[in-house]
Design a protein around this ligand. Structure first.
Ligand SMILES: [Zn+2]
Length: 232
């Protein structure tokens, strides 16, 4: 805890003065362009990853970067999504999964969540991911590859869940919103974006069609799916 308090002091002394004007301006309101949905994992730093300043990203974080289908939970996720779209008018929603995600890993290995009743209940909202892996990737036995594919499929499932939210569908139907699925490999700094026309994730910054476009390990089996609203 001591280091956090020291951090606040350093922020106030060294960082804030340089950004004071920005913070004062933000007191009048925020106009973030994107809703960034990611995991609570401490190894993910959305603003560092996207090089954004305060006021630019509306961020929703929870265990596993999940958005339950509309109506499944009376919780903060639906409210955050609705506010981002209907009030803040964000133009993009990014669901950003990440390598070594403990929540997705626990989905594949339920024993890891044994005795954690709240975690188990929460992971029940990711049943689609679990079932996609169980039914469509039976041949994938390597644990690391299996986890990597699960992380990708999990991000795509969240995009599908988002499309059950009325505010999302309404914005999509007037072409005012784009959905994106990313997977961030924090150990390499790489970000893989889903390309719906290719049915797979590809390293950001390189066209998916290019031969040199690298796959994240273990994504060979991402199946084609309909994601008309999704763009890389
Ligand atoms: Zn995670």
């Amino acid at each position: 805890m001591h280091n956090l308090v020291n951090g606040v002091h350093r922020f106030q002394k060294r960082v804030f003065p340089g950004q004071q004007k920005l913070f004062e301006k933000l007191a009048d309101g925020q106009t973030p362009s994107a809703l960034f949905i990611t995991c609570a994992d401490s190894r993910i730093n959305p603003t560092a990853l996207t090089q954004t300043e305060p006021g630019e990203l509306f961020i929703l974080r929870n265990a596993g970067a999940m958005v339950p289908p509309y109506g499944a939970v009376q919780g903060g996720e639906a409210a955050t999504v609705e506010y981002a779209i209907s009030v803040l008018k964000v133009q993009d929603i990014i669901v950003c999964g990440h390598s070594h995600c403990g929540a997705v890993s626990a989905l594949l290995n339920p024993a890891a969540a044994e005795g954690l009743s709240a975690v188990k209940q929460w992971l029940a909202h990711a049943e689609s991911t679990r079932r996609i892996l169980a039914e469509n990737y039976a041949e994938l036995t390597d644990p690391e590859q299996r986890l990597n594919v699960a992380i990708q499929e999990h991000a795509l499932v969240q995009l599908e869940n988002l499309q059950t939210h009325p505010s999302v569908l309404a914005a999509l139907s007037r072409d005012a919103l784009r959905l994106h699925a990313w997977v961030y490999r924090f150990e390499t700094g790489e970000v893989f974006a889903f390309h719906p026309e290719k049915g797979r994730f590809a390293l950001m910054g390189k066209p998916a069609a290019q031969k040199s476009a690298r796959k994240s390990s273990g994504d060979s089996a991402i199946r084609k799916r309909r994601h008309a609203a999704v763009i890389a």
